[in-house]
Design a protein around this ligand. Sequence first.
Ligand SMILES: *[C@@H]1O[C@H](CO)[C@@H](O)[C@H](O)[C@H]1NC(C)=O
Ligand SMILES: *[C@@H]1O[C@H](CO)[C@@H](O)[C@H](O)[C@H]1NC(C)=O
Ligand SMILES: *[C@@H]1O[C@H](CO)[C@@H](O)[C@H](O)[C@H]1NC(C)=O
Length: 545
Amino acid sequence: MEQRAPRRAPAPLPSLPPRLALPALLALLLAPALRASGPALWPQPLSVKLSPSALHLAPERFLISHGPGSTAGPACSILEEAFRRYYEFIFGFYKWHHGLADIRTGTELKQLLVTVVLDSECHVFPSISSDESYYLVVNGSVAVLKANRVWGALRGLETFSQLIYQDSYGTFTINESNIIDSPRFPHRGILIDTARHYLPVKTILKTLDAMAFNKLNVLHWHIVDDQSFPFQSVTFPELSNKGSYLVSHVYTQHDIHMVTQYARLRGIRVIPEFDTPGHTQSWGKGQKDLLTPCYNGQKKLLGTFGPINPVPDTTYDFLSKFFGEISKVFPDQFIHLGGDEVEFECWASNPEIRNFMMQKGFGTDFKKLQSFYVQKLLEIISTTNKSSVVWQEVFDNGGKLQPGTVIEVWKNENYPEELQHATQAGFPVILAAPWYLDWISYGQDWRKYYQVEPLDFPGTDEQKKLIIGGEACLWGEYVDATNLTPRLWPRASAVGERLWSHRDVKDIYDAYDRLRRHRCRMVRRGIAAEPLFTGYCEHDNKMQQ
Ligand SMILES: *[C@@H]1O[C@H](CO)[C@@H](O)[C@H](O)[C@H]1NC(C)=O
Ligand SMILES: *[C@@H]1O[C@H](CO)[C@@H](O)[C@H](O)[C@H]1NC(C)=O
Ligand SMILES: *[C@@H]1O[C@H](CO)[C@@H](O)[C@H](O)[C@H]1NC(C)=O
């Protein structure tokens, strides 16, 4: 696909004929004063009113604190830590500008007061039904941020920080403004894959930082797969002892706790994926007799295994104990059970399995066997009081699913039809198909992600309500800690706005201008987000630290 630069893409330097060299030089010297400034909001809030009157902020005096009557006081670490973080994001690079003329005139904004109105939910984990709405007024010397819960306060702090910019003299400036905001979809996710390559905990935490800057709220952690099993189970330690790439390439319970807490403080849920019965080669190394032995005719092939063996009771004993542990280690209500791309050849080669199929009356329909397995697994999950997410094949195979099982649609071909079918059957759906960020190509592919409309499929209003959101997926075959961040950002930001903002927010030129500056802001905050196109950031040097 041919990708062209948007018409409004700025040229970094004016290229003028030689006889205009002097004016061009002058223009360059004056550039900071002429540079278009103002806030770059991303994702675009529901309603934004900016007034032409501007206030200035003095870093040495400015305060973010709890507002009168807030249900979240100093004991609310979510907000206490967020106040510190956002102060740093707003002024942290101040030292870079110290020495520039800082001319402050007019009214000074002295304080942001943050008030949580209802039960704050400070000490719990966020959930699919968390209220993220907020209301922000900047008027006179005090700004007010109001939210029903801490989750909305976190989103409002991000927006407040995005409203502040430096004027042509380097003065921190904010326009008087009035913002009312809430997300369009409750599930706005990023999939990371720590099985094809191990990702250090530090990289995962960095990803959570960037997610918060984009108001994304679900980390879908595809933690294990064929290639490696880095999850350290207390009940079955051999799984990672034998199944991880290296003994150091594991996630201990302490690591997981660190990730889920770090995420909670940013209003982000962590949904682990333990994909079965396929994609499980690494499980077989530490758990004897779990996988299906493959046969060549009557002969068992030594060391060749297929998907999890769905026949013996020992399989389900193992799964009960294993998922019993998972349900305690990961606090979220949901566990992703995978269920994609199950290869049937090995099952078909195995005489024990063929016998079992005959007894059950499945004939040679291995989809029925997969459904048999999945139903037993779903029953196990419901005894732990958790809910399940599965990849679309589990629905496609036609087995009986418990109501409320979430279907994740990933196959790109004709995905609107799949959305239609899954919602017709009454299941909640997550859309991932158009957002496989591991597929890379030349040019500005963020626009393709941006232009997706999740509700563009034939169906009733009731069906559309079942689309709970979407995910940008970065599978890890060609991704490790060296390139994860630039490959994810700002491409995933496009998905972030699509899932947060009103469906009418779709002007690609306006989006380009805001996203270009949002990307520079991410860079300034220490995220190695790649450029959208030619140009520069004012704080490029930050990444060279
Ligand atoms: C913000 O304030 C500045 C300074 O008064 C003004 O030039 C600019 O137009 C304002 N922005 C908006 C969107 O009103
Ligand atoms: C600021 O407050 C004044 C007086 O209360 C009001 O008239 C004005 O509309 C407010 N401005 C904004 C942007 O809310
Ligand atoms: C699941 O929930 C039920 C009812 O709320 C409760 O009685 C039961 O103990 C819970 N089971 C687990 C494993 O948490």
